[in-house]
Design a binder for this molecule. Structure first.
Ligand code: SF4
Length: 165
């Protein structure tokens, strides 16, 4: 499952001209093999994580028949930094490298590599952007959870600043 932040969602909504509710789903802990995360969104029906919708076969909704990404220009940060996560220190220096979680996602079958080769400096820049956007998303989730808002998907998307439909 490709998790998204409000920044990813904003780019996708703008690029595709579709309401946020058509692009994402709120996934339950049972959708994950590893539930040891701390960034769940508390909704009225339990804790969830926001991610791109999937097709019936489990593949990403943006995957075309010829395995291209139809939202490539606006793809989420986790797809942009694929397949290597650069672990940053507090000064945004590259501290370590890890294979991205997305690599182990068995339903990802798109050809990511039809773009140009990216320099290490470019990868680091994306890693910094990804971390900043993820931290900003977690802050929003934490605000939502702390205020004990127990809405549903529609209310959570509106809280993030999107139209549900
Ligand atoms: S790059 Fe692949 S996983 Fe990411 S949005 Fe596009 S089709 Fe989906």
């Amino acid at each position: 499952m490709i998790e998204v932040t409000q920044h990813d969602l904003r780019r996708l909504v703008k690029h595709l001209g579709k309401p946020a509710g058509e692009l994402v789903k709120l996934y339950a802990p049972s959708d994950f093999e590893d539930t040891d995360h701390d960034d769940w969104v508390n909704l009225s029906y339990g804790k969830r994580k926001i991610g791109l919708r999937r097709k019936q076969d489990g593949s990403c909704m943006f995957l075309s028949k010829d395995r291209q990404c139809i939202a490539y220009e606006a793809r989420p940060m986790s797809c942009r930094i694929f397949p290597i996560d650069i672990i940053l220190d507090d000064d945004n220096n590259a501290d370590d490298l890890e294979l991205s979680d997305v690599v182990t996602e068995k339903f990802i079958r798109c050809k990511y590599h039809h773009g140009k080769a990216v320099s290490f400096r470019g990868m680091r820049r994306k890693a910094v952007q990804s971390r900043n956007e993820t931290v900003s998303y977690w802050k929003k989730v934490s605000l939502w959870n702390r205020a004990s808002r127990k809405g549903r998907k529609k209310e959570f998307l509106e809280f993030l600043g999107f139209r549900h439909s």
